[in-house]
Design a protein around this ligand. Structure first.
Ligand SMILES: [Fe+2]
Ligand SMILES: [Fe+2]
Length: 293
């Protein structure tokens, strides 16, 4: 089994500066890191799917690196439309997985049971992303290398529609061409994205497309056409992708925050299952006691 935590759209600003004057993205990412560290089963890796910072400043990448430091597992990052490749590379190149040369911050991670392919969809200065001919050729070459190995692609801009119309107008261009390529590879288990700041799933190109919620602010859930996206401070979260070879790739949404519980399931006498000797009440209580300890 392999567990991948996907955090996204952290939009880090310099310490003491709130994003859009509202969102304390530093504090929220620190809470996300604490939440990951508190997971009973620790992820094997963390992937961060873009909009790592809000303005792409070196100071923001330095702060981001500092916030992520408590995570003991490998953390892999890709850029989003709010990032600047040169500043990102300058701070994160030391980890060794980012390409040393070339324009795009594409790479693969080969040492997990599930192969990771990281795509850079950024078009500098623009909100939308793109899988242009050069990027499609790179992806095609990578997919052709290991056509039978389960593969997890992550990229910032979704190449598929989501119904959030303003966000879809700045999604990944040339999605149809990417779909044509991906459809040829049944080993692609998932295309995991960020950018839309909500948890979204779609069947696409013979695989599953997903978007993780932001660890900071969320885009308003409004499926009507509207002028510009608005954001809210709904509970933030991240995705936990569990790879079980016999079952496939299973995704859970983890919400970040302080919530009441956990509680044992004490059956009400009115329940149709009441009296069923198979219900393991003592075990549930033991779990609750253990968690409180
Ligand atoms: Fe974002
Ligand atoms: Fe974005």
């Amino acid at each position: 089994m392999t567990l991948i935590a996907q955090i996204t759209d952290m939009h880090i600003r310099p310490s003491g500066t709130k994003a859009y004057g509202v969102v304390d993205t530093e504090a929220m990412l620190r809470q996300a890191v604490a939440s990951i560290l508190a997971q009973p089963r620790q992820p094997d890796v963390v992937v961060a799917s873009g909009d790592l910072t809000d303005c792409g400043l070196s100071e923001e990448y330095e702060l981001l690196r500092d916030i992520l430091r408590p995570l003991p597992m490998p953390v892999y990052v890709i850029p989003g439309n709010h990032d600047r490749r040169d500043n990102l590379r300058a701070v994160f190149a030391v980890d060794g997985y980012l390409p040393r040369a070339g324009v795009f911050l594409h790479y693969t991670i080969e040492d997990l049971p599930l192969r990771l392919i990281a795509l850079d969809t950024v078009v500098p200065g623009k909100g939308h992303g793109e899988m242009d001919a050069a990027r499609l050729a790179w992806l095609e070459a990578r997919l052709a290398e290991q056509p039978d190995r389960p593969t997890f692609i992550f990229m910032h801009h979704p190449p598929f529609p989501t119904g959030l119309q303003h966000m879809d107008s700045i999604n990944c261009r040339n999605g149809a061409a990417m779909a044509k390529l991906v459809r040829r590879y049944s080993n692609v288990e998932r295309i995991a994205c960020g950018h839309h700041h909500r948890s979204i799933q779609i069947r696409w190109a013979g695989t599953v497309g997903s978007v993780a919620p932001s660890v900071a602010h969320q885009v308003l859930l409004d499926l009507q056409p509207h002028e510009a996206p608005l954001f809210t401070l709904e509970p933030p979260g991240y995705h936990l992708h569990l790879w079980q070879p016999e079952a496939g790739l299973i995704t859970h949404t983890a919400f970040i925050g302080e919530f009441a519980g956990p509680y044992p399931f004490r059956l009400d006498p009115d329940s149709p299952a009441f009296g069923d000797k198979a219900v393991a009440q003592p075990a549930q209580s033991a779990i609750a006691r253990e968690r409180r300890a």
